[in-house]
Structures are given as C-alpha cells and as structure tokens.
Design a protein around this ligand. Structure first.
Ligand code: FAD
Length: 445
C-alpha cells in the first residue's frame, strides 16, 4: 500500500510533459521541499508523440525517455509509478490512492492529461479494437500484429495518421475512415489537407472521408470487418479508434473544482480551489490568439504550462503569457507546420499565400499581427513566423515577405534580427527559428 505519513510539499499527478515541466520549475527554486510525482503508467516519463516510432519498431523505450533515467534521483523527486490516484480529498489536502493509501500535500498539481474518445459503435468492445494514446496501447497493438494484416483506423487526425504510418511500416494495409470531408481538418487548411491526403494515399493508404463506422463485426471474438454508414463493408483484422482525446477530469468532477471542457485555470495555472493547480491536456489554459481559455492539447503547451504551474506552486508568482494551437507533422516524408488560426472564420482577416515548387505557405493576419500560419514542404523558416506570432510583432510593413520563396531572418526589419546576429548560432536556432516536432525537441535534451 502507498503510504506517506509525512506531508509532502508538492504532489504532482501525471508524469508526462506537464508534470515534468512543473517538477523542473519547482526544483529550480526549491531544492529541498518534498516533491512526489504519481502516475498510473509504470514508466519513467517518455515522449508520447514517439509511441508511433515504438510501434514501428524504430525506437525502444530507452530512446523515448523525456529525461535521463537518473532524473528523479538527481532531483530528489519521489515517484509512485504504476499507482493511480482514486480521489481528491480537498478539505484534508490529501489524495486517496487506488489501493487505499493516502498522501497529504501542501500544493497539488493535476497534470492528468487526456483520455481517448471512444464512440458508441456496435462491437467496439471486441478483441482487436485499440486506442492509441499510451505506450501500453502501442504494446497491445504490437502484440496483436501477426503476419500480413488489414487495419481500419477511425479518425484522420494527428493520432490517426501517426498510427497509420507505424502500421504501414509494419506491413499492415490501412484504411482511414474520417467523418469530415478531409483529414487533419482541425490543424490544417483545405490546401494543406489535400497535400497531406495525396501523400498518404501515394504511400498506399486507403482513405474514406465523409463517412463513419457504424458497426464492428467479428468472427468469434476477434474483429474481421467494419461497416460504414453507407453500408460498405471493409474487411480488417484490427481497428484503431483515433477520433481524439478529451480532458481526464474524472478526478475533480465531484470536488467543486470548476470544469468547463477541461479544468478551468487562471493565468497562474491555479484552479478554483486554493493550492490546487492544473496544466496540460487536462486543463483549459489561456490562448493568446483567441484571448480566452481553450483546450490546446499539444506537448509544448503542456510542458510550458507545467513550468508556470511549478513556479507558482514554489512561490514565484508567474503569469502565463498564453499558448496557442500548434503542430509540426512529418508523416510519410511530408513536413507540415501549423499554428493559430489556419482557416479564418470571417473576412476581417487578411490571408497571404504562396505556392512554389512543392511548397505551400500561408500566413493569416489580423490588424497587422500574424495570428496563424500553415507551411507544407520546406518548413525550415516557419520558426521565424512562429516567433512573430508569439512576440505579437506588427508585420504590416513587411508582410509580403512572409510567404516569399526567399523569406528568412533578413526579411525582417533590422531591430528584429539584429540582436540574433550577436548570438552564437545555436542560440539563434533555439530561440528564434526552432519549431520542431515535439517528440524530436525533447528527446536527448
Ligand atoms: C500518438 C500521439 C501523437 C502525438 N503527437 C504530438 C505531436 O507530434 N506534437 C505535439 O505537440 N503533441 C502531440 N501529441 C499530444 C501530446 O502528447 C500531449 O499534448 C501531451 O502528452 C500532454 O501532456 P500532459 O502532461 O498534459 O498529459 P499526458 O501526456 O496525457 O500524461 C498524463 C499522465 O497522467 C496519468 N494519469 C491520469 N490520471 C491519473 C490518476 N488518476 N492517477 C495517476 N496517474 C494519472 C496518465 O496515465 C498519464 O500518464 C500526441 C499525442 C499522441 C497520443
């Protein structure tokens, strides 16, 4: 049984981007205060975006670790891995564990992430139906694979494309079923989606858009086909449900802590309950593009939110400047980057576009500020646009340069690029132009 009789100063639920960000920030300012991380996953923190490479057998767990194996010891962080928090007892500043143990805390961070959305489809409970969120999911699919197989992936978003690529690398023939008219429809605009779709089809994947799966059938216990809403039957040996994640708010649902779609937090990452903070996929943090709190379930937002929560928990009052929706994809060899508003809702926005060679660039402006972008193909310079978005730079005087073929740092006014010329190259790369796929930034850091 988990038992800590002494009160811990900091308790973190969730050992992933948000939890680690918070632990690191806490240890920057408080080396002594007792700090404990709990996770129901039994592994040291790993990069979740890399589970597709694990399934593809291109990466071992050791090469997915977010921090070196001795991170917890070196930072004097206690862990309960493979342990689940059952409930929060806010009036006693305690959590109750699944096995009945209790931990008492002074400051609590909920970094419990998201859970897969599983639709109510007939046959969804059958053997051979999987989700794809955790390393355990990747291991379960790996265990199921056996010779030449056919898979149906329900959902053509980031997770659906990522598991599709891994399955294809394992020799599985994949059909993606996407209910909307185009894949990657939340993060890309129409043109970029079309380019992605062409690339994915060229790789041999079948894509059905505008339809849903209404039934999963089996021979014995194991799936052998799905039926679409138009009656078409697609034979398959496994089904992966990848229609999205929802905030894992179960822990707080009966506590009175304010929840909207996710846990509601302020600019200091504090929830409506004193001494309780939240960050990452479980929380609705401030989005500076929309000027409101939103769900933005991506790794860098979770990590940064965790850092801000950690500083505030340790007594260094720090305000979150806000995050934004952003993605950097590289599936089937095609690079794409998107951030902020990619499809403007009305004509108060200005859109600049350019297509050259195999590249597509789009920048969305509002009142002289960049509020969104999509780059497909050569994405190297997207980091500069990203820094213009984040720094709220008025680009009116040089906006046409943003989508030009030769766009670069020198396209900006001197006061923007001048300071970087005095930095070592690595400083330029990390501070200005770096916009990497999340999993690749973190590994080996
Ligand atoms: C396949 C896939 C690909 C992705 N690709 C990208 C990408 O390319 N770029 C990008 O930016 N983002 C990507 N993401 C999203 C990114 O992984 C998430 O935004 C990020 O992991 C969120 O971090 P988090 O700390 O909020 O929560 P999570 O990473 O979800 O971690 C939360 C942890 O808390 C644990 N937990 C929950 N409840 C309890 C409890 N009661 N007791 C104990 N432990 C608990 C969970 O088991 C989990 O281990 C991807 C996600 C997936 C699944």
């Amino acid at each position: 049984m988990v038992k800590i009789t002494k009160k811990v100063k900091y308790l973190i639920i969730g050992n992933s981007a948000g939890g680690i960000g918070a632990a690191e920030a806490i240890r920057q300012v408080d080396r002594q205060g007792a700090l404990v991380i709990i996770s129901d996953e039994p592994y040291p923190a790993y990069s979740r975006p890399l589970i597709s490479e694990y399934l593809a057998r291109e990466r071992s767990l050791e090469r997915m670790l977010f921090r070196p194996a001795d991170f917890y010891d070196k930072n004097d962080i206690g862990t309960f891995l493979g342990s689940r928090v059952k409930s929060l007892i806010l009036n006693e500043h305690a959590v109750e564990m699944d096995d009945g143990g209790r931990i008492v805390w002074e400051k609590l961070l909920i970094a419990a992430g998201g859970l897969p959305i599983v639709p109510q489809i007939e046959g969804i409970e059958k053997e051979g139906v999987f989700t794809f969120i955790t390393l355990k999911d990747a291991k379960a699919i790996d265990h199921h694979l056996n010779g030449t197989m056919r898979a149906v992936v329900i959902g053509g978003g980031l997770i659906g494309i990522s598991v599709t690529e891994a399955l294809m690398k394992r020799g599985v023939k994949v059909t993606i079923v996407e209910a909307k008219e185009r894949i990657l429809n939340t993060m890309l605009d129409e043109e970029a989606s079309a380019r992605e779709e062409a690339t994915v089809r060229e790789a041999g994947v079948s894509i059905v858009t505008g339809h849903t799966v209404v039934e999963i059938s089996s021979e014995g216990k194991t799936v052998n086909s799905i039926t679409l809403d138009n009656g078409q039957v697609v034979p398959c040996d496994l089904v992966v449900v990848a229609i999205g994640v929802r905030p894992c708010t179960e822990l707080v649902s009966d506590t009175g802590i304010k929840i909207n779609r996710g846990i509601v937090i302020d600019r200091h990452m504090a929830t409506s309950s004193p001494d309780v903070y939240a960050c990452g996929d479980v929380a609705e943090a401030y989005d500076f593009i929309h000027g409101e709190n939103r769900l933005n379930p991506v790794w860098p937002n979770a990590y940064l939110g965790g850092r801000i929560a950690g500083l505030n928990m340790a007594g260094v009052r720090t305000e979150h400047q806000g995050g934004l929706a952003m993605s950097a994809l590289k599936y089937f060899g095609l690079d794409a980057v998107s951030a902020g508003i990619v499809t403007p809702p009305d004509d108060s926005y200005e859109v600049l576009k350019n297509v050259f060679d195999d590249n597509y660039r789009k920048v969305v402006l509002k009142e002289g500020l960049v509020v969104g972008m999509v780059f497909v193909g050569d994405v190297e310079k997207s980091g500069i646009i990203y820094s213009l978005i984040k720094d709220r730079v008025n680009v009116s005087s040089f906006k046409q340069a943003l989508v030009a073929r030769d766009f670069g740092l020198l396209s900006l006014p001197e006061e923007r690029w001048g300071p970087y010329l005095k930095m070592p190259t690595s400083g330029v790369i990390s501070q200005v132009v770096s916009f990497e796929r999340a999993g690749e930034i973190i590994v080996g850091e």
